[in-house]
Design a protein around this ligand. Structure first.
Ligand code: ZN
Length: 421
């Protein structure tokens, strides 16, 4: 049995009033700094008629204009490469990523730029552990987010990335890897495949993210395979925003940033239990995002003292997305993106619907396609559409041409039929 989780007493056990004061002073400093260096921040403050001097404490937070993730592609196109949000020279960055959208994301200085270290420590990662990292290292930042955090804790990381399940099983088995990083569904795939191949894995702890993590999957991992997995929630541009402690019951808000849950209509803070959009502020000197709206909808948990002694409030969970983006296999898909890809290459397509389902803890994506009047399905059309869509949204999906009128009028372009239990 592993030693109990490591806590950072200064930040994770800070008394709530002291935390408010501390976050307020970080906010004040960051606003002044960002206003001087990030043109978008200056413009949005000037437009709203406020000055950095107006932001003195956490009580002034709501005066800061919200920046929407949805606007990021247009902002970046207008003021490349980072839409006026970057506060340092591009040459000072460590890496630059490209997430679907398309949105460019910078990695600034520091060994744990995205603040995942605390979450991995809470999950049970320890110095000397061998961790297999099955998150993508290709263009999107998750692989490096987890890699950097694990190495900053003194873990040894195997940068396995996405795919090649059998190869990953052999490596994890040979090295007797004790930790896993990546999506929960691939953790399940990996340990199951290990058993099928007669190479049971030695993974004891997992940190999982980028997908829903249903309790049924958590229970199966623990009972069937002896893996204790905890999850975290973050975004490509903001880094980690909340994470589970061993007592679970929601994810503690990360104590080094400000996370708000805002009512979708009034834009006022939503009461615990009420869904709202997650909006976060980070104090990073390279990318000081102020009130950045994530498009994710979540709810805060009812206030309670957590047995783990961490004092930060908890996010009860995520309940959906603003707009039509749906997360499938850890990647966002948007109706607008699919529409664009189809219009560009297949003028015969008149309507489409993407349908997301889930079976045996795995997401499944399929498309129904209707053709314009008079257009016939030529041989190989379904395959060519599937290939073009895979290229455009970076996910494989099954394509089926259906008779005209099959897709209901007013149907969602991306229909998420998954249930989470
Ligand atoms: Zn806790």
């Amino acid at each position: 049995m592993r030693a109990s989780a490591i806590l950072d007493p200064t930040l994770e056990q800070q008394e709530p009033n002291a935390r408010r004061t501390w976050l307020g002073s970080r906010l004040r400093e960051t606003v002044a700094y960002a206003y001087d260096r990030a043109p978008h921040v200056r413009r949005s403050f000037d437009r709203a008629g406020i000055s950095p001097k107006d932001i003195r404490s956490l009580d002034d937070l709501s005066r800061i204009p919200i920046t929407r993730k949805d606007d990021a592609p247009a902002m970046q196109a207008e003021a490349p490469p980072f839409g006026g949000l970057l506060a340092v020279e591009t040459g000072r960055l460590q890496r630059i990523f490209a997430s679907p959208g398309p949105i460019l994301d910078p990695q600034g200085e520091g060994e744990d730029f995205w603040r995942f270290r605390m979450a991995l420590a809470a999950a049970g990662f320890r110095r000397g552990d061998i961790a297999i990292n099955s998150a993508s290292y290709h263009l999107t930042p998750l692989g490096f987010m987890l890699d950097n955090a694990a190495r900053s804790l003194g873990c040894v990381v195997v940068p396995a990335g996405v795919g090649q399940t059998d190869v990953q099983v052999r490596i994890a088995s040979t090295l007797r890897a004790s930790c896993y990083l990546g999506t929960p569904s691939f953790l399940y795939t990996l340990v199951k495949r290990g058993r099928e191949m007669g190479m049971p894995l030695a993974i004891e702890v997992g940190f999982v993210t980028a997908e829903m993590f249903p309790e049924s999957l958590r229970a199966e991992l623990e009972k069937e395979f002896g893996v204790r997995a905890l999850q975290g929630y973050g975004t490509a541009e903001l880094g980690l925003l909340s994470y589970e402690c061993p007592d679970r019951g929601g994810m503690h808000l990360h104590p080094e940033c400000i996370v708000e849950v805002l009512d979708l209509e009034t834009r006022n803070p939503a009461a615990p239990g009420q869904p709202g959009e997650i909006v976060a502020t980070i104090f990073d000197p390279a990318y000081p995002l102020l009130r950045y709206a994530t498009d994710d909808i979540g709810a805060l948990a009812q206030p309670a003292t957590c047995p783990c002694l961490r004092t930060a409030p908890k996010l009860a969970g995520l309940v959906g997305r603003v707009g039509d983006a749906v997360k499938v296999k850890g990647m966002f898909i948007r109706g607008a993106e699919i529409d664009k890809a189809l219009k560009a290459a297949f003028p015969a397509v008149s309507r489409f619907q993407a349908v997301v389902t889930r079976e045996k803890h795995q997401d499944h994506l399929a498309y129904a396609i209707e053709l314009a009047e008079g257009a016939g399905a030529e041989p190989g059309l379904e395959m060519r559409i599937a290939e073009a869509l895979r290229e455009a949204i970076k996910l494989r999906g099954e394509v089926r041409v259906v008779p005209r009128g099959t897709i209901a009028e007013g149907a969602k372009r991306v229909d998420d039929r998954r249930t989470w239990k």
